[in-house]
Design a protein around this ligand. Structure first.
Ligand SMILES: Nc1nc2c(ncn2[C@@H]2O[C@H](COP(=O)(O)OP(=O)(O)O)[C@@H](O)[C@H]2O)c(=O)[nH]1
Ligand SMILES: [Mg+2]
Length: 240
């Protein structure tokens, strides 16, 4: 790359709540993940008041500094939406990518997720678990729930997304930091979707792989989160 071309910064935001089994491996994967030429990475980790060993692991890693990341801590658990809002405000990158701290999503997918933005075809990219990528077969009723929530969201936004609830969402940084976001919990996914639709962002989807985990392996999301997602879809599409 010619030295005259400035690097593009990618901010990777990682919300962490009680992920002691996966967070260290995940951070190593994020740092090792391939990036397209000309991109540098910034990691923003928000510990969302974890009560397991996650916080101690993050402190140790921050001290060892082999994985460079910015660590922000919530004193008590406030939810994924609150953790993401804290993280977004701390980003400085031209591009921002959301990365969950479990190992359900594979950081090797970054180049595919970034390409539509780098090609200036998209302002926002969603990685879809339902476009034919390899995925662990689990939980029929979660699939039904995802389909219903995505369809309900699409009915309001007039988008034809296939996976509204995906963790892998990538945004132009200035667009994302300009959104007034309010959700504290999982309502953040429909809220982000409603608000990028309202500002008429150019949205792409790319297929990703998905390595779903079981509840024994640490999955936390439940049917109550599905019900509150319905309210979030109504609220953020009909309100502000
Ligand atoms: N479940 C949950 N996850 C949170 C919270 N705060 C931050 N997170 C993180 O947000 C991501 C949400 O996880 P998700 O894959 O949607 O749910 P899960 O796989 O069922 O745990 C993970 O990286 C969590 O560590 C919270 O209050 N609850
Ligand atoms: Mg998960």
């Amino acid at each position: 790359m010619s030295p005259s071309r400035p690097m593009i910064k990618l901010s990777i935001v990682i919300p962490v709540y009680n992920e002691e089994a996966t967070v260290e491996t995940l951070l190593a994967q994020v740092v090792a993940a391939p990036l397209p030429e000309g991109l540098e990475r910034e990691l923003v980790v928000v510990d969302d008041g974890s009560s397991d060993g996650s916080r101690a692991i993050l402190h140790r890693l921050a001290n060892e500094a082999t994985v460079p990341f910015r660590l922000i801590e919530h004193e008590r658990n406030r939810g994924k939406g609150a953790a993401l809002r804290t993280a977004f405000a701390a980003t400085t990158g031209e591009i921002v990518l959301i990365q969950d701290a479990d190992l359900e999503y594979d950081p090797c997918e970054y180049p595919g997720l970034l390409q539509p933005i780098l090609d200036d075809k998209a302002d926002v990219v969603y990685g879809s678990r339902f476009l034919g990528g390899p995925r662990r077969v689990l939980f029929f009723w979660h699939y039904v729930g995802n389909t219903v929530l995505t369809m309900l969201s699409n009915m309001f936004t007039d988008l034809n997304l296939s996976d509204m609830e995906t963790c892998y969402k990538v945004f132009r940084g200035d667009l994302l930091r300009g959104l007034a976001l309010r959700s504290n919990r999982f309502g953040i996914e429909p809220e982000l979707t409603a608000k990028v639709a309202k500002v008429k962002a150019r949205i792409y989807e790319v297929p990703i792989s998905y390595h779903g985990r079981t509840y024994a392996e640490g999955k936390k999301i439940g049917w109550r989160d599905g019900v509150s997602a319905v309210w979030a879809i109504l609220r953020y599409n009909l309100g502000s």
